[in-house]
Design a protein around this ligand. Structure first.
Ligand code: ZN
Length: 273
């Protein structure tokens, strides 16, 4: 049975809450970690957010997100580098366990997947030194291949680990079950990653049918992902970090009272993950 002390909230799950409300909500429901989105962080202000998470003693399991390295022109790449530098700074100030990298898809009008992937490697390399100096681990999150054109051209855990191998220490992976549950090589890839490079574990479920490729995730237990099995693989590889509930759900969970969502996710974490 999973340890309730390992439960964390990715604040997108309670999207109608401000960051201040999400921090208070975690404290109220006994959830010990939170992953913070930068747009919500902007609204609250970095100093105030840092004060609030410390006051509640919450672990910041991640900052969402850096990345978006793929652009058609140099000015786009420059804007992305500047934004990633700010993201590292924010993650550092919050004492975050990692900065999540959603790497970007094909630049507009391009069909050149190989060069997009090369831009991703260059983009991470360009921010690597700053992140290491700030002690902010960079977590490459492979996304489901259906999101390759528009959100991330890194689509399997092994592909992310190849990048980690090329870039060296300070770069690891975020494993989100929604994106990788289908991969026949998943168990081996988790073992290949090892404790050092498994920086985050995101949980939710895959609904059948799925009505939207980004915003129709299910609550754990409502879909087809074998969550205890994947957690077992993570633990076998040495992962002892938090289990972060990340549910994008425009038609269902985002419409509910966030306190109800918190109660349900706590129960499901214990019962089915
Ligand atoms: Zn995720």
């Amino acid at each position: 049975m999973p340890d309730p002390a390992r439960l964390a909230l990715n604040q997108i799950t309670t999207n109608s809450w401000t960051l201040a409300q999400a921090i208070e909500g975690c404290a109220r429901h006994g959830v010990r970690g939170i992953s913070i989105w930068r747009d919500k962080l902007q609204e609250m202000g970095l100093a105030e957010a840092r004060r609030a998470v410390r006051a509640q003693g919450l672990a910041v399991t991640g900052v969402c997100r850096g990345g978006m390295f793929t652009h058609a022109d140099a000015s786009g790449r420059k804007a992305s580098r500047d934004d990633n530098a700010r993201a590292v700074e924010e993650a550092h100030e919050l004492g975050a366990q990692c900065l999540i990298l959603v790497v970007g898809g094909l630049p507009g009008g391009s069909k050149d997947l190989a060069s997009a992937r090369e831009q991703v490697r260059e983009g991470i390399a360009a921010m690597h030194e700053q992140a290491r100096a700030a002690k902010v681990p960079l977590a490459i999150e492979p996304l489901h291949p259906m999101q390759a054109p528009d959100r991330a051209c890194v689509n399997t855990l092994d592909q992310a680990l190849d990048l980690c191998d090329a870039l060296g220490p300070g770069v690891g992976v975020a494993l989100d079950v929604y994106h990788v549950w289908w991969d026949p090589n998943l168990e081996r890839a988790i073992s290949r990653a090892g404790k050092e490079r498994l920086l985050a574990y995101h949980i939710c479920d895959w609904l059948v049918p799925t009505r939207d490729t980004a915003f129709d995730r299910g609550m754990m237990g409502d879909g087809v992902i074998d969550l205890p099995r994947i957690r077992g693989w993570m633990e076998a590889a040495g992962y002892d970090g938090m289990h972060e509930v990340e549910i994008f759900s425009a038609a269902d969970w985002w419409k509910r009272d966030p306190d109800e969502v918190m109660r349900i996710l706590k129960g499901r974490h214990l019962a089915v993950t």
